[in-house]
Design a protein around this ligand. Structure first.
Ligand code: F6R
Length: 614
């Protein structure tokens, strides 16, 4: 959500910044803007809509200069207008600011400024920062001290980058709370700042991540770090290995399609170096819990949002089945507000792609306050969740996920969650090495099975042709596949904008069955397990009411095949691992429907990749 890029160095700042913002497009935004220093003054260009509009503005009225900042805005305070787009200036025009996050006390600060006669141009909370910074800079005669003071006065989660006309070579950046990452890229005679690695990883791999309450002082030749209280900090850059080429579409029509196709590799990468088939053991390098600590766990809280929350639901089945530890699943947005009761020997597991989802981070903070450790199953390297996780991390290693709708990271979360459940089961003695060996064997066969599922999209295109005009859909599954029904419905609604509901199939007769008629496609997950016959009954109930059944079945199935209008065959695996395979048709089907409907697959309306506001 919102993107930040800043640059100081010998290159054309506009090129670096706009290219960087393009790399952050996946985060979701509705307007964009840039400020570049030229001839001792900052010139701004802003526009509503996609970056193409800003590029067009810049073609009509070019900006040249070697220092600047740029931003993509996802509106929170004030409508989507050019005036509300960042950067924002103070009334003197000397100070220019961009911000990610929400200034929670902005009204209070704004009222103080209004009383002092300040006139505001926009409705944004960010202009309050610019106006305040302009005032303090003038009063203190020191831009850096003024910036630190403003940051200390803000409440909320904020990443702020500021420049000042009287300090033409300087960019200041700071972070408070959980507004998403602030990454400083240290180059040779040039330095960068951004809200995510892909924006700047083309130029340098030496990255410093700002923590809550830290400030970076950036010029082309030098970067220094300090606290908001002014104490100097020594921070060592992390050398990141992300390949910028892998962030490009690489011949696919959409990032989502590319990411669906990447899953044989990404699921392999999640397993890499972590399974020992000979020994029947699991090695999770980032896990900071001893076997004794694992053995004494009595309760796990799995917390996340959206697709990652569905992964938590599946994790519950994995852990309860394999390790016999009770798992409670919570929405990040609800957890801290329900005053959770933590029992003895509890652990919180946060699942997150970005590692920056504010609600998930807040749940981790809540656990810490109550003395409960957190483990993060996450994808984005260097993100905040990794730093908050005092029980360690299990990186999914899926690489950058650019499409807003999560696909490869979901299967990565399931693979990583399964590894954790095996490790836990072994530590607790619920699984022998022989049993772990059998589970590993099933796990290592998953990537190849996904590969076979990606060979042919024709069936999905036929389905999309047939159903792309429907208004509603239903997704049903039981047991470990109930969360996959929820995920199938979420994928469908977020990228194709078709209203879709996911339910545990047994719930159908308690309400949703009233919706079924001849127009209603119902996706039924009916792969082989101990609830197969129950699922068969649900298929019959749908058909009896005229619904159109699209069924997922394993090879050799005859009973469901005889009833359903459409059948998607999924390779067989163990019943517990079936969700990792069953979600693939959900992803492809949603993708095919969205393409058929001409929707913006990678950047669905109103959605953001990284949700850093409540
Ligand atoms: C949906 C989707 C979102 C995210 C959710 C959590 O396809 O991607 O529902 O799963 O916003 O994001 P992370 O995993 O970054 O915490």
């Amino acid at each position: 959500m919102c993107g930040i890029v800043g640059y100081a160095g010998p290159r054309e700042a506009t090129d670096v910044i706009v290219k960087g913002l393009e790399r952050l497009e996946y985060r979701g935004y509705d307007s964009a803007g840039i400020a570049v220093l030229n001839d001792g003054a900052f010139t701004l260009r802003r526009s509503v809509g996609k970056l193409g509009n800003l590029r067009q503005r810049l073609r009509e009225e070019p900006l040249s200069g070697q220092l600047g900042i740029g931003h993509t805005r996802w509106a929170t305070h004030g409508a989507v207008t050019e005036t509300n787009a960042h950067p924002h200036r103070d009334s003197s025009g000397k100070v220019v600011v961009i911000q990610n996050g929400i200034v929670e006390n902005y009204l209070e600060l704004k009222n103080q400024l209004l009383e002092q006669g300040v006139e505001f141009q926009s409705q944004t909370d960010t202009e309050v920062i610019a106006q305040l910074l302009g005032r303090y800079s003038h009063e203190l005669g020191d831009f850096k001290r003024a910036f630190a003071q403003v940051m200390r006065e803000l409440r909320g989660g904020n990443a702020v980058v500021a420049i000042h006309r009287d300090h033409p070579g300087l960019i200041l950046a700071a972070r408070i709370g959980n507004a998403g990452a602030v990454v400083v890229g240290e180059g040779q005679h040039e330095n960068f700042v951004a809200s995510d690695l892909p924006a700047i990883v083309d130029y340098t791999q030496r990255m410093v991540f700002l923590e809550d309450g830290e400030l970076a002082v950036i010029t082309a030749e030098d970067v220094s770090y300090q606290t908001l209280q002014g104490a100097p900090l020594s921070k060592t850059p992390t050398v990141v290995a992300w390949d910028p080429v892998s962030a490009a579409k690489g011949g696919y029509k959409h990032f989502m399609q590319k990411e669906i196709y990447e899953q044989p590799r990404t699921t392999t990468d999640t397993l890499r170096g972590r399974v020992d088939l000979e020994q029947g053991s699991i090695h999770l390098e980032g896990l900071q819990l001893s076997d004794d600590e694992l053995a004494s766990l009595e309760r796990i809280y799995a917390v996340a949002c959206g697709t990652a929350w569905h992964a938590c639901l599946v994790l519950k089945y994995f852990v309860e089945t394999l390790a016999r530890v009770h798992v409670e699943v919570d929405y990040g947005s609800e957890f801290r507000y329900r005053n959770p009761v933590f029992g003895r020997n509890s652990l919180l597991i946060a699942l997150t792609q970005s590692g920056e989802t504010v609600d998930t981070l807040a749940a981790m903070a809540e656990a810490r306050e109550q003395g409960v450790k957190s483990l993060a199953i996450l994808n984005a390297i260097g993100s905040q969740a990794g730093r908050l996780a005092d029980a360690g991390t299990i990186y999914i290693h899926s690489g950058p996920e650019i499409a807003v709708a999560s696909t490869k990271v979901f299967t990565g979360m399931l693979m990583a969650g399964y590894l954790f459940a095996l490790k836990l089961g072994q530590a607790r003695g619920t699984l022998s090495s022989d049993q772990v060996r059998e589970h590993i064997q099933a796990l290592v066969e998953i990537p190849g099975k996904i590969d076979t599922m990606l060979k042919d999209f024709a069936l999905y295109e036929e389905l999309a042709d047939r159903y792309h005009n429907v208004a509603d859909m239903l997704f049903l599954g039981r047991w470990v596949n109930a969360p996959i029904a929820l995920e199938g419905a979420l994928k469908m609604k977020e990228i194709s904008y078709i209203h879709a509901e996911g339910y545990p199939a047994g719930e159908m007769k308690h309400g949703p069955i009233a919706l079924i008629d001849e127009q209603m496609p119902v996706v039924c997950i009916a792969t082989n397990d101990h609830v197969y016959e129950k699922m068969l009954s649900n298929v019959e109930q749908v058909i009896a009411r005229g619904g159109r059944v699209i069924a997922l079945v394993n090879p050799g199935d005859t009973l469901v095949r005889a009833k359903a209008q459409h059948v998607i065959e999924v390779p067989a695996t163990t019943p517990l691992l079936a969700p990792v395979l069953n979600v693939i048709p959900m992803q492809i089907f949603a993708y095919a429907m969205a393409v058929r409907r001409g929707a913006d697959v990678d950047q669905p309306r109103n959605l953001a990749k990284s949700v850093t506001v409540e």
